[in-house]
Design a protein around this ligand. Structure first.
Ligand code: NAD
Ligand code: ZN
Length: 228
């Protein structure tokens, strides 16, 4: 079984989706901040935005959808992979371990010089930009920005899982960001039973065998009643 989650899964934890309301920061759209060019131009501004989001994410809690997905992993074991576009770290905090964070995580920084990754200090002790504990270099958020490539190994792992899954579950993603959006299509093309949970229709909806037009937590409750 392969699962793909997007920003909608964290909406019920109070973390805004990019395309929903509250998607702006100081009048900027994410597309103007989450880019290598924005960072090259004004790293302090980009870090202020990430520090704000990091604080927000650490103040939030995993919601029942995150918890139910962690439970599902326990039940399914080896044949299970959760692929997320989210950068908020909430799946890990909910106990999921078989997770591919396709777009990285705002809870970590990555050294621009040596590539070392390290977790950010707690929000109240964090003053950006972080400095690499290994080489002293300047660090950037450990996320994939618009115009950057995904980690090839992580993507291959995600694609393998979706192309071999008997059931593919896509939750809370507008399914417009590639290549993550094509995972559901690839699963369907390989014969998987495709389930979508989203309160709104998406480009994937016409392909889905089962489409639950509801929130992530309600949809998962319907699919996986506790104890089943
Ligand atoms: P998106 O903002 O494009 O789409 C969110 C989707 O969630 C929409 O289709 C919406 O209908 C659906 N949704 C809203 N509330 C929901 C709920 N309660 N339950 C289920 N679904 C709900 O998000 P995306 O497709 O993930 O792509 C946005 C990109 O922005 C991603 O690449 C991601 O890295 C990044 N992002 C991440 C976070 C996060 O980590 N929490 C938040 C915002 C954006
Ligand atoms: Zn370094």
């Amino acid at each position: 079984m392969a699962v793909l989650t997007g920003a909608g899964v964290s909406a019920e934890s109070g973390i805004p989706t990019f395309r929903g309301a509250g998607g702006l920061w100081e009048g900027f759209r994410p597309e103007e901040l989450a880019t290598p060019a924005a960072y090259a131009r004004d790293p302090e501004k980009v870090w202020r935005w990430y520090a704000m989001r990091y604080t927000q994410v650490m103040a939030a809690e995993p919601n029942p959808a995150h918890l139910r997905l962690a439970e599902l992993e326990q039940r399914k074991g080896d044949g299970f992979l959760l692929v997320t576009q989210n950068v908020d770290g909430l799946h890990l905090r909910a106990g999921s371990r078989r997770v591919v964070e396709l777009h990285g995580s705002i809870t970590r920084a990555r050294c621009e010089r040596c590539g070392h990754r390290q977790p950010l200090p707690p929000p109240d002790a964090f003053t950006p930009p972080p400095v690499c504990e290994r080489c002293g270099g300047r660090m950037r958020p450990d996320v994939v920005w618009f115009g950057e490539f995904l980690d090839a190994e992580l993507l291959a792992r995600a694609e393998r899982a979706f192309m071999t899954a008997e059931v593919a579950l896509v939750i809370g993603t507008s399914a417009v960001v590639e290549p993550a959006a094509s995972l559901g299509r690839a699963a369907k093309a390989s014969g998987a039973y495709l389930i979508e949970i989203n309160p709104e229709p998406t480009p994937l909806t016409p392909l889905a065998d089962l489409s639950l037009r509801t929130s992530a937590s309600e949809g998962l409750k319907t699919l996986l009643p506790t104890g089943s």
